[in-house]
Write a protein that binds this ligand. Structure first.
Ligand code: NAD
Length: 296
């Protein structure tokens, strides 16, 4: 199948690589020439703009870092001669997804929201959770392509509803990462071994996606290289709060979580890995969390 792919970052590159490896003809574009060259070396056809990608394929996928970039790219794709459906894998929020849907509808292009969960590891392994909203017949056409990169779940026909689902997931992921970090800092300050703490939590009712995955992979070894930027996490927390407030629902936990993430952004920077959220807490507590036991 001819597929277009725009945005070859932490997530987009391994997703696009899987599509190339599965035998699809992939026309690709990224504003970073280096990423485009790397994918071209694996067999993709480099394009010079989103429009050129959309001239070359019926189905165009994109994985972009912000609502502004997603809107820009969608505007370029809308000018394409061949594209019939546009699948946005980015987390952009419901409002932007609805705008993109409207923009593409004027050109008879179907917009499918498909935000993903599972991180760089899931993108590499093809095990992402894919939250899809848009017309059911388009979902059925796309399913074989999506199954190359993960597990597609149709959450509704309404434009943007998969974005709402994704923000619900991400506020929980953001919450358990800072909550688990706060608890481990407390334990280490009291003299507990952080690696023992994580082992016990993972066998107990306090286990979270942070204790199971982020701590062993990037915090205890102090590599802080999970592959998701603090700036992107803050984007998602802000988008969640904007939407929740517009709906008039309670946001007490989300507000507390937002303060912690804004502090991480201010102290560690937008490009820091999001596992760095523990560092401001460590500084405030005057301790460092790291593996003390030798790993078997
Ligand atoms: P990233 O910053 O690593 O990658 C974004 C890519 O888009 C970069 O290669 C950049 O050069 C390119 N780009 C930016 N503007 C562009 C434009 N106008 N035209 C073409 N290319 C452009 O981001 P990422 O971590 O890969 O995340 C991408 C999306 O996936 C985000 O919306 C993020 O919230 C979401 N997401 C990320 C993860 C993760 O673990 N990294 C997990 C789930 C969802």
């Amino acid at each position: 199948m001819d597929i277009g792919f725009i945005g070859l970052g932490h997530m987009g590159f391994p997703i696009a690589r899987r599509l190339v490896a599965a035998g699809h003809r992939v026309a690709a574009f990224d504003t970073r020439a280096e990423a485009l060259d790397r994918l071209a070396a694996l067999g993709a056809n480099p394009a010079s703009s989103p429009k050129e990608v959309a001239d070359a394929a019926d189905t165009v996928l994109a994985s972009l870092p912000s609502p502004a970039a997603a809107l820009d790219v969608a505007a370029g794709v809308a000018e394409g001669d061949r594209v019939a459906r546009y699948v946005d894998l980015s987390t952009v929020g419901t409002h932007t997804a609805v705008r993109i849907h409207g923009l593409l509808a004027e050109h008879d292009i179907a917009a499918i929201d498909c935000p993903v969960s599972g991180g760089v590891g899931g993108a590499e392994a093809g095990t992402l959770a894919l939250m899809v909203s848009g017309p059911r017949p388009e979902f059925d056409v796309l399913r074989p392509v999506l199954e190359t990169i993960g597990r597609p779940m149709h959450v509704g026909e309404q434009p943007g509803s998969a974005q709402t689902m994704k923000l619900a997931n991400n506020i929980l992921a953001a919450t358990v990462l800072v909550a688990t970090s706060e608890v481990v800092v407390m334990g280490v300050k009291s003299g507990l071994d952080p690696e023992v703490m994580i082992d016990v939590l993972n066998a107990s009712s306090g286990a979270t996606s942070a204790s199971r995955d982020k701590f062993p992979r990037a915090i205890l070894p102090r590599t802080f290289d999970y592959g998701f930027a603090t700036g992107l996490m803050v984007k998602d927390v802000r988008l969640y709060l904007d939407e929740a407030k517009a709906l008039g629902v309670p946001v007490e936990i989300a507000e507390a979580v937002r303060r912690l993430w804004e502090a991480t952004l201010a102290e560690e920077g937008a490009d820091s890995d999001f596992t760095s959220a523990i560092k401001p807490m460590e500084r405030a507590a005057g301790i460092t969390v790291g593996a003390r036991r030798k790993r078997e």
